[in-house]
Every structure is written in C-alpha cells, then in structure tokens.
Design a protein around this ligand. Structure first.
Ligand code: XMP
Length: 315
C-alpha cells in the first residue's frame, strides 16, 4: 500500500527528529498499539529504544510465552520484569473493583519506574491513538465509569517526555501500519485485553488458586473459538470466575463448586456492545470441556447482557 508506505517514512522521520539521540523506554503489553509503536520506533532509532514487559501475574495461560515468542520473531529487544508476587500481595483482601484497578495501576508505575531509572531513559513511548486523545480531552463527553489505567499517569510522575507516534491514527490504520512493519496477524488481530488483566475477571478478592481456575477455563473457551473459526467473528471473548458456589452432580456424587460465566461480544469500539450469538453446539461443547477439565467448576453460564446497561467486563 503506497499511502501507508509514505506514512511509515514520515513517522520514522518524525520519531528521529523528536528523539535526537536520547534514550526511549516503552512498556509492552502484547496489545496492538504498544507493539506497533515499539516496532515503528525501533525501526526509527534502533537500540535507543528499550522495551519492558511487566508481568503482573494476571496474564492468561501461556500469554507471556506467546508474546515473548512473537517479539523475538520481530527482533524487538525487550526485558521481562516478573512482579506477580508483589501484585498479588498488594491485592490481598481487596474486593472493590476500582480499588483493585488503583492498586494494579500504582504498582505497575512503581515497577516500571525502577526500570526506567536503571535504563536512564528521557522519553516515554506510548501507543496512544487518536480516539484516546479525543476521549481524554473530554470531547466525546465520556464519563469515567471504570478507570482504564493502561499506563496513564506515568508521564506526569516520571518527568519523561512523551513520544506518541500514533496519536493521529485510528485502529484500522495502526493495523495496516503494523502489517507493513511485518507484525504477525496473531498480534494485529488479537482481542483487546484489559491492563488489570484477570484481576477484574475474578469477582472480588484475587487469589492464586482462582487465577489458575480462570486461566484453564478461559484457555479452553478461546482455544475452541479459534478451532471453530469463531475467534475473529467476535470482538472480544473471555471467561469470568464468579464468587458463588452452586450444587451439581457428577456420577453419583453431589458437588458444590464455582461457576464460570462466558462472555463474548460484538462491538465496533467497545463503547457499546451486543452479546455474540454463538452457536448452541459450540457453547455446549465448551461447557462440557470446562466442567470435565477444570477441577472446581460444576456450572457454566453464558452472559446475554448488552452494553449498556451492562459493561463488557464484569468489574
Ligand atoms: P467495559 O467493561 O468498560 O470494557 O465495557 C470496554 C473495553 O475496555 C476494556 N477494559 C479495560 N482496559 N484497563 C484497560 O486497559 C481497564 O481497567 C479496563 N476495563 C475494561 C475491556 O476489556 C473492553 O475491551
């Protein structure tokens, strides 16, 4: 695509002229925006860019390995900071969703800040898109319903100059740019994943053993969506672990175990959403696999709420 090629050249020039030989730091998340911003910036300034992946211990099954592999393939150098223990400690006993987000956001900044100091960076790279700029300026009249943290709040505290090469672009343009940069489709077409990760998909207190349960159930759901060719037909899909137990029967044994809710939505931008009309046979198959394979789950429900009035996530 010749137009994208021109945009790419222009962006590279812009980045070079802002960076001026100084060091840049970036927080990778495995998401589309931060990945495109990092690969683009790496193309422009090479090893002046240092990427950090903070593992908050709230990732999905196999996610760190998958993302690591993808970055290696793209020759994008990065370091992983494993901070799962710290995040879980801070979250102990905390039940309120916004409090969980606040703790995760602050802990993220603290961990990332330490890395930035070690690296001695002067600029902070962010994958901010045009809609984010509009939203935070309040032009969309958006009200804070959930405080989406991402890495917002980092720059003010850290005294770093912001580098935002995607701030005049829309998501579909970023995907095209990413394709031109050789970023694999599995990253470009991934479902969105929230910054606080699985912490907001375990209702109430986050415990290690519950993370394990949720990881297994979520993995089965997403794996089957891919296998049935449905993954790219939905905008976002995931499992949620509910804080209730219900009665069931396995063989001739009574069980009293937890409930998994499956959520899949159709949407354009996440602002509004409708529940995906997934085939009954598919849902049936996923239900069987989850109950048979995930110890501690004896019931699976499918969320048929639209946004509004519900939100996409349960917290
Ligand atoms: P809601 O639940 O608000 O979700 O309808 C809309 C989209 O935003 C994602 N989401 C978050 N992303 N930090 C994030 O980075 C957050 O705290 C957060 N909460 C929700 C959600 O996954 C969906 O794609």
């Amino acid at each position: 695509h010749w137009q994208m090629g021109d945009i790419l050249k222009e962006k590279i020039e812009e980045i070079r002229s802002q960076v001026k030989g100084r060091k840049v730091i970036s927080a990778l998340s495995g998401g589309v925006d931060s990945t495109v911003a990092a690969v683009l910036t790496h193309r422009a300034v090479g090893d002046l860019l240092e990427c950090v992946f903070v593992d908050h211990g709230l990732l999905r099954k196999g996610e760190l390995e998958q993302v690591t592999e993808a970055f290696r393939k793209m020759n994008l150098p990065f370091r992983v900071v494993s901070a799962g223990k710290l995040f879980l400690e801070r979250l102990r006993g905390v039940e309120d969703p916004e409090e969980k987000r606040r703790i995760i956001g602050h802990t993220f900044i603290e961990v990332f800040e330490k890395e930035a100091e070690k690296i001695g960076a002067q600029l902070l790279l962010q994958g901010t898109l045009y809609p984010d700029v509009v939203e935070s300026a309040g032009i969309a009249g958006s009200q804070v319903i959930k405080s989406h943290h991402n890495v917002g709040g980092l720059p003010e505290k850290m005294n770093l100059e912001l580098l935002e090469p995607l701030r005049d672009m829309f998501k579909d343009e970023v995907r095209q740019l990413g394709k031109l940069l050789g970023i694999p489709d599995e990253i470009l077409n991934r479902h969105p994943f929230p910054g606080p990760g699985l912490a907001i998909r375990i209702l109430g207190e986050v415990k290690e053993e519950d993370l394990e349960l949720l990881r297994e159930a979520d993995y089965i759901f997403v794996e089957e969506l891919k296998r049935w060719g449905l993954y790219h037909r939905v905008w976002q899909a995931f499992a949620v672990l509910l804080p209730v137990k219900s009665v069931g029967v396995m063989g001739d044994q009574r069980t009293y175990e937890r409930v998994i809710a499956l959520r899949a939505v159709d949407s354009v931008d996440g602002m509004t959403a409708d529940w995906s009309r997934l085939p009954y046979d598919f849902l049936d198959h996923v239900m069987r696999r989850i109950i048979n394979e995930v110890k501690g789950i004896n019931r699976v429900v499918y969320d048929i709420s639209s946004k509004p009035p519900a939100t996409i996530e349960w917290e």
